[in-house]
Design a protein around this ligand. Structure first.
Ligand code: HAM
Length: 423
């Protein structure tokens, strides 16, 4: 019997994992500079959390969640996104009481959505996201967007498009909602079943329909921007002013609605417009969610954030032909010939490692030639060769693999020699 990986998931093999670690480190460094702190929440949560936050008319909740009953009869869901859990934790741990407001958090980890797998769309994918809770300042919306852009740009991506929109406050949305119902009502039977069932419950979701996105009713649907009240309009303008001050280019697209229900005011997405990038071009999505903390049982607290997946980021890097400056290779390979030398090589490699040097030796009982080949494959910067003769004389031969230069050094200064040579 042989096993295969489940559809929509992937193994990240050692040859790829370095890229992931590099990207994760870049994201962490940027979060540190912007003063966002890491939070780690469970992989699964009570299902109700996502119904409440993501919204029960969204595709995520209706079609994509991995939901199961645990042995205690509770309904559990593998998290499809990170915001709901962060807000749950914010409320549960009373972070709203912290003197440091806004509370600025980031997270990195796997999310699960039962979607149709295709290029850039997985059933398990890794999101990096940030959430800033507790501030209603449009400057924090701009900060969050700038942070996302900085992650991409510091990795060398250039072909990016930032699209922003405002979904307005509750009052603006109410007016827009009625306009949408009036717009679609007469011809709703031309749209799919999902759209029909969403007409009264959540007409904005119709604009996010994957099936009917090209229907003429979509293009002519009333724009939210025409329904913003004074306050929402002023807020959106301020976000744009701050983005400009931060030197972040953007486009306004009044049809950007996002696939989750908790948003209001600012909504944004970052796309790749690199040639050859797959059909799914959205790299990152986020926005403001001022009612969410209250919905989850906390005090009225504004929030804004985004999430991006590492999978799509990697795809964008590939589309732009960018290779990351990975270090790779090892510092020193110890080649041993002879029984005594072999025993000594165990000690030498250990001493190198203890001194902070990336070291390797042979464990396959290879001949010298094959050991040298192994060192080559590992891109060793130095190869140290120890035979029983050298051991007798208490010396070791060190070859600099870049210059080809060879030096014999006393065994007791071997580690310090390699350490110095590497500097
Ligand atoms: P989202 O738009 O559902 O938003 O997902 C954010 C990002 O996750 C997408 O732009 C994409 O990069 C990635 N993503 C989503 N689904 C998949 C998939 N099946 N395969 C690979 N990548 C995927 C959220 O999740 C919100 N929680 C974002 C947010 C945070 N809003 C406020 N704070």
């Amino acid at each position: 019997m042989s096993f295969q990986i489940p559809r929509g998931t992937q193994d990240i093999l050692p040859s790829e994992v370095e890229k992931w670690q590099y990207i994760e480190q870049v994201a962490r460094d940027i979060c540190r500079r912007y003063n966002y702190q890491e939070i780690r929440t469970p992989i699964f949560e009570h299902t109700e959390l996502f119904l409440r936050s993501v919204g029960d008319t969204t595709d995520i909740v209706q079609k994509e969640m991995y939901t199961f009953e645990d042995r205690g009869g509770r309904s559990i869901t593998l998290r499809p996104e990170g915001t709901a859990a962060v807000v749950r934790s914010f409320v549960e741990n009373k972070m709203y009481g912290s003197p440091n407001q806004p509370v600025k958090l980031y997270y990195m980890g796997p999310m699960f959505r039962y979607e149709r797998p295709q290029s850039g769309r997985f059933r398990q994918f890794v999101q990096f996201g940030v959430e800033a809770l507790g501030s209603n300042d449009p400057a924090i919306d701009a900060e969050v967007i700038a942070l996302a852009m900085e992650v991409y740009q510091s990795l060398g991506l250039k072909k990016l498009k930032l699209v922003i929109n405002s979904l307005g406050d509750a009052e603006s949305r109410k007016a827009h909602r009625q306009a949408l119902i009036d717009h679609f009502k007469g011809r709703i039977d031309e749209l799919c079943e999902d759209c029909q069932s969403r007409l009264e419950k959540n007409p904005m979701r119709i604009l996010d329909c994957k099936k009917d996105r090209d229907h003429e009713l979509m293009a002519t649907a009333p724009s939210i921007l025409d329904y913003l009240n004074e306050e929402s309009r002023a807020y959106f303008e301020k976000v744009q002013i701050y983005l400009s001050k931060l030197g972040v280019d953007f486009e306004v697209d009044s049809r950007l609605v996002r696939g989750l229900d908790y948003y209001n005011h600012t909504a944004f997405e970052i796309m790749s417009n690199a040639e050859g990038f797959g059909a799914i071009t959205t790299l990152c999505g986020g926005g403001r969610y001022n009612g969410l903390v209250q919905e989850i049982g906390g005090p009225e607290t504004p929030g804004v954030g985004f999430a991006l997946s590492i999978e799509r980021l990697l795809a964008a890097l590939e589309a732009e032909g960018i290779s990351l400056p990975l270090i790779g290779g090892i510092d020193c390979y110890v080649v041993a010939l002879g029984e005594k030398a072999k025993d000594e090589s165990v000690v030498l490699v250990n001493a190198l490692r203890k001194a902070g040097i990336v070291a390797e030796k042979d464990y396959q009982d290879r001949k010298v030639k094959a050991q040298l080949k192994a060192a080559d494959r590992l891109q060793a910067k130095y190869v140290a060769i120890l035979g029983d003769d050298e051991l007798e004389k208490q010396v070791i031969n060190i070859k600099n693999m870049t210059t080809g230069e060879q030096t014999e050094v006393p065994l007791d200064s071997f580690v310090s020699y390699v350490k110095e040579a590497l500097q």
